[in-house]
Design a protein around this ligand. Structure first.
Ligand SMILES: Cc1ncc(COP(=O)(O)O)c(C=O)c1O
Length: 387
């Protein structure tokens, strides 16, 4: 199949996605985090049946419960952690969970600490809830992004009692999967500074061979009791547009505080999202396994193809996620790497400056697309690099 026809096929199928409709046709989109692989067949069948029945009424309580129980069983099976459905609150979005958890749990004068570079809504949710922004930079060492624990511990003190650590594990945009030792240190720091832990684990199911996701609440019961875990089926099963997510409260106190927000203010997911999430977590493991293999093959191809250009674009192969964090600082792409790549290379990446202040030399690439498009991405990127 001709390259253009692959693109055309994706473009015609993805006509309701922002990824493929935001830019003119000559731009190859590799930005916002959803996949070009469709959805699990059983999810498609389930939604199709509801549509066939013209059934989009208010969701029965049982469907919400089924969704939460499917997530609970999934967590136990896949990540060996026990999350009881009665400790969960269904949400529309993981991002909504940041706002709810920060606003409900964190002291007004406290800080919220997170690692940078960071998924941009971490900044906006802390700013919008009017808590102090406290950040600690990941350090690149031995071709791996590492937490600088001295700095992290100091920053935790600055956040102050009653503040929070907003964790992204696996980490967007670097793709790091934090191991038990790292998570234990983060947890110790949280406990000794009386910080809540708000853990965004939305990328947990997208770990590659050799990396194992550990939910931070599984570190110890006293850690769980300070912990809010957020997740959804939207990354693993490509269902972001259905706006259905889940919050797990690690203690009765957290649950009671979050439940004190009126349900009408919190909002709730719709029936199709609950149905899709239930089928995804409950019956789509094989689809996910296949999808992770495809992503892994794209990841290897992308990074092998970038290797000859390592002096112009620095990158570290992600341990999870379908995102590549690229450093163009040696290539002087101005005014920003993302802008230059868009204008000159006709490829749309996410701008580095939204992930950390001063990040204009960086950009984030989404490689969850048909394998045939990876060489085209490389061609467009390398056409922008100095000789
Ligand atoms: C780390 C992380 N958290 C949350 C989200 C978004 O989740 P939701 O659409 O459920 O708000 C994304 C999407 O890219 C993400 O990468």
């Amino acid at each position: 199949m001709e390259l253009s026809s692959i693109e055309e096929r994706i473009r015609s199928r993805r006509k309701y996605s922002v990824k493929w409709t935001e830019h003119p046709q000559e731009i190859l989109p590799a930005w916002i985090a959803d996949m070009d692989f469709g959805i699990p067949p059983l999810v498609k069948e389930g939604i199709a049946e509801a549509i066939e029945l013209s059934e989009i009424g208010y969701a029965p309580y049982k469907l919400t419960l089924d969704y939460l129980e499917a997530f609970s069983a999934w967590q136990l099976e896949q990540h060996h952690v026990s999350m009881d459905s009665s400790d969960m609150i269904p949400l529309t979005d993981v991002i909504q969970g940041f706002y709810l958890a920060i606003d409900t749990l964190c002291a007004k004068d406290a800080g919220v600490l997170f690692l940078t570079p960071s998924y941009p809504p971490f900044f906006t949710s802390v700013n919008a809830t009017k808590r102090r922004l406290v950040t600690s930079e990941l350090v690149l060492s031995d071709r791996r992004y590492q937490i600088d624990f001295d700095d992290f511990a100091n920053k935790a003190k600055q956040a102050g009692n009653g503040g929070a650590i907003l964790l992204c594990n696996p980490h967007n945009p670097t793709g790091r999967v934090f191991d038990r030792e790292e998570l234990s240190l983060i947890a110790q720091i949280a406990l000794s500074n009386k910080l809540w832990i708000i853990s965004d684990e939305i990328h947990a199911d997208l770990c590659y061979e050799g990396s194992v996701h550990t939910p931070i609440m599984a570190i110890a019961p006293e850690v769980a009791s300070r912990c809010v875990t957020l997740s959804s089926a939207s990354k693993s099963f490509n269902l972001a547009g259905l706006h259905t997510a889940v919050l797990h409260a690690g203690s009765p106190e957290i649950l009671a505080r979050l439940n004190s927000i009126p349900a009408g203010l919190r909002g709730s997911p719709g029936s199709l999202g609950l149905l899709a999430g239930k089928i995804a977590f409950g019956a789509s493991a094989a689809w996910l396994k296949e999808t992770v293999l495809k992503l892994d093959s794209n990841r290897k191809l992308l990074f092998a193809s970038l290797e000859p250009y390592k002096n112009q674009v620095k990158s570290v192969i992600p341990e999870a996620t379908y995102l590549a964090w690229l450093d163009f600082s040696q290539s002087q792409l101005k005014p920003t790497a993302q802008h230059y790549l868009l204008e000159k290379g006709h490829i749309a990446l996410n701008p580095g400056e939204t992930f950390f202040e001063g990040g204009t030399d960086f950009a984030r690439l989404n490689f969850a697309t048909e394998a045939e498009l990876i060489p085209e991405m490389i061609k467009r990127i390398t056409s922008c690099l100095p000789a």
